[in-house]
Design a protein around this ligand. Structure first.
Ligand code: NAD
Length: 320
């Protein structure tokens, strides 16, 4: 088992990072949690309100590409591992402005990995099911599936995964990769699908749905992901990939209808807009390996998790 004694968590002020922060602070052996986050538009210091009162937590505003800062933090806190979540994450932004995705997701990951090597610290790379590209029904992608990313976002994540794996093959670096499916939960940035739908529904505005809305995603509650990331870091075999998903496939249209139903709004608010270029039709991952080897499984049923999250998001996004 890898030690959770002192963890450097990148991207902790983001959506999944702030859920992982809460889960890590419940770990009995954790002495230091060092969050490194550059607070891009997607990061929010308020996502850490509550956990930031814990004396074990140190928040550092900085970039993963700042090698001397990362080196100093690893030394100062005698870190036992890095959980790497910091990234540019929105597919639409990657279509509008791809360069930043290469800088952060590829170059930033390489820089972090290189410093990890000099300090002999294990690194968990948080990746995405989007690296497998579209998967035809009824197949589910297991970890041996080829990487066929479609967007600049997924291509940058796939590139980072390959660089991380090469660091093991070439330098013997201790690395694990977790590939997560679509997460839902509190504190997600308003640009992502479910918060966008909630935001517009609360204002009786049209809910934008790309194309037919028949694109399928596998939805997992962010707290299940956080437990999965901890399990993968602690128990994952080095240089092994673990899929984290919840076997919960829904079309975007089904998600929009469920949001409207929960908020007592009419389906006539659904507005089909021009499809996203290169829009993948379906993501679906096989999580057998994570269940068998990590002893992990998603626990939060979609129905109950979703209703609670819609409530949490409608409080956070309510009109002034
Ligand atoms: P997010 O956009 O909510 O948060 C990303 C965080 O990273 C932000 O706090 C941001 O300030 C920080 N960051 C960005 N660039 C940085 C840099 N150069 N240096 C330091 N900090 C930086 O993202 P998220 O949804 O929480 O995703 C976290 C990770 O999980 C990402 O690696 C993403 O690819 C992966 N992932 C997310 C999902 C999902 O459904 N949200 C699914 C699969 C994988």
């Amino acid at each position: 088992m890898r030690s959770l004694r002192s963890i450097l968590l990148t991207g902790g002020a983001g959506f999944i990072g702030s859920a992982l922060t809460r889960a890590l602070l419940h770990q009995p052996h954790l002495e230091h949690l060092v969050i490194l986050d550059s607070l891009t538009y997607a990061g929010n210091r308020a996502n850490l309100t509550g956990p930031d009162q814990d004396p074990r937590l140190n928040f550092i505003e900085g970039d993963i590409g700042d090698g001397s800062l990362v080196s100093e933090l690893l030394k100062k806190f005698k870190c036992s591992g890095i959980m790497h979540l910091a990234a540019e994450t929105h597919v639409d932004q990657s279509i509008k402005k791809p360069a930043k995705f290469i800088t952060t997701n590829v170059n930033g990951t390489f820089s972090l990995l290189d410093i990890a090597r000099h300090h002999s610290v294990a690194l968990l790379q948080c990746s995405t099911d989007e690296v497998y590209g579209p998967i035809a029904t009824p197949t589910k992608a297991d970890e041996s599936f080829p990487l066929k990313p479609s967007s600049p976002y997924s291509a940058s994540k796939a590139s980072a995964d390959l660089i991380v794996q090469a660091a093991h093959t070439t330098f013997g670096q201790e690395i694990v990769i977790a590939r997560c499916s679509n997460n839902y939960g509190p504190r997600q940035h308003r640009e992502k699908l479910i918060p966008t739908l909630v935001y517009h529904a609360l204002r009786d505005e049209p809910l934008p749905i790309y194309g037919s809305g028949k694109q399928i995603r596998d939805w997992i509650h962010v707290d299940d992901t956080a437990r999965g990331l901890i399990s993968a870091f602690e128990k994952g075999e080095t240089n092994r990939v673990y899929n984290l998903g919840a076997n919960c496939e829904r079309t975007n249209l089904e998600i929009a209808r469920a949001v409207l139903k929960n908020l007592n709004k009419p389906e006539s608010l659904i507005d089909h807009i021009e499809d996203r270029p290169g829009h993948d039709t379906r993501y679906a991952v096989d999580v057998t390996r994570s269940m068998n080897e990590l002893g992990w499984q998603p626990k939060i049923p979609f129905q109950t998790g979703f209703e609670k999250v819609i409530h949490e998001l409608s409080v956070a996004l309510r009109p002034d």
